[in-house]
Every structure is written in structure tokens, then in C-alpha cells.
Write a protein that binds this ligand. Sequence first.
Ligand code: CO
Length: 209
Amino acid sequence: MESYKKLLLENKAWVKEKMDLRPDFFLRLKDEQTPEFLWIGCSDSRVPAEDITGTEPGELFVHRNVANLVVHTDLNLLSVLQYAVEALKVKHIIVCGHYGCGGVKNALSHKSLGLINKWLRNIKDVYRIHKAELDNMPDMDARYRRLIELNVEEQVKNLSETSIVQYAWFKEQRPCLHGWVYDLHSGYLKELTMIKPGEMPDDIYRFEF
Ligand code: CO
């Protein structure tokens, strides 16, 4: 059997499993979604957002890209963010990185990889901001792990610097911004940072409404 056909078969088994447990499982979901969380994670296949958080369909609004970046000119991310904040009214936004992230690893190197150089450039910028701390870490693996954490923290700050988030803070005192990292080897999530509604970033990024 071709590998992709297994996915379609697994889908049938999944529907049966859900219906056996709860006959209205799909009926319940068809009209609207009211997720409380926006998840911004890495595209890495080893970090399945719903599985690691034990969430069901309808609970997470998900955006994933290489190295879980929040880039202020990325129309895809910004559209997801605006919809999640303004229409779905999510209460929490979680940026989740992971140890062993290939995007961060390549950004730490000097390899030229084509188009993706431009995307990974954003992680090199994170390195530059935290150069003093990172250059002081002689152990390359420790430096790699720390850059993964700092990258998450900078992406959470990037969220706080958007007018979308600041306007929702101003009007409705939400959402709360979280930075987490996932350990592929243990399966555990770790909290790195949290920005509560109204905790403004550096003044130059503050908008008045
Ligand atoms: Co990754």
C-alpha cells in the first residue's frame, strides 16, 4: 500500500473511534469554533500541537512555520493573529519552540540555503540582540539550546509590539502572551516567559488608541 493511503484509512478509524465515544462529536463542531488559545509553533513534524497539549478539535487555533517566528511583515501570521484576536477573541497566545529545532540550528551556522536564508535571518537577529550572553557560552550545545529559548522570548515580544495585540489589551484586557519550549526527548513543555495584558514593550513600540 502506498504510504499516503494509510492516512486516509487512519482517518476512517479515527472517525469511528470518536463516534463510538460520542455520537455527536462532529455535529457539535460543525457550526462554529470558539477556541481559547492561539498556538504559534514550529512546522517540525515531531511537535504536534494538539497531541502534546491533550486538546481536541475546536480548542486550539493553530499557526505553524519554520522556527515559530512572529515576523511583523508576515501577512500569513498577521492574518491568523488578527482573526484569532478580533474574531475568535482568544484569551491566550502561546509561542512554542522546541529543543532540536533545525531552523535555529541552521541560523547558528554560516550555511547558505537559498530562499530560507531570508526567513532564518530573523533568528540571526535574535542572536545579535543576545550576542553578549551567547558568545560567553563555550559549549555549543548549550548555546544552541539557549538560542532556542531566546528565540521564543523574542517572538513573544514581537507579538506584544503589534497594534493587534495592544488594541485588544486596551479594549478587553486580553490576550495573555506565553512563551514555551518543548523537549522532544522527554515530551514535557516548559514555561519560559509570560506577558500579561497591558505590560507594554519598549516605549517606541507602544501605540496610542
Ligand atoms: Co523547529
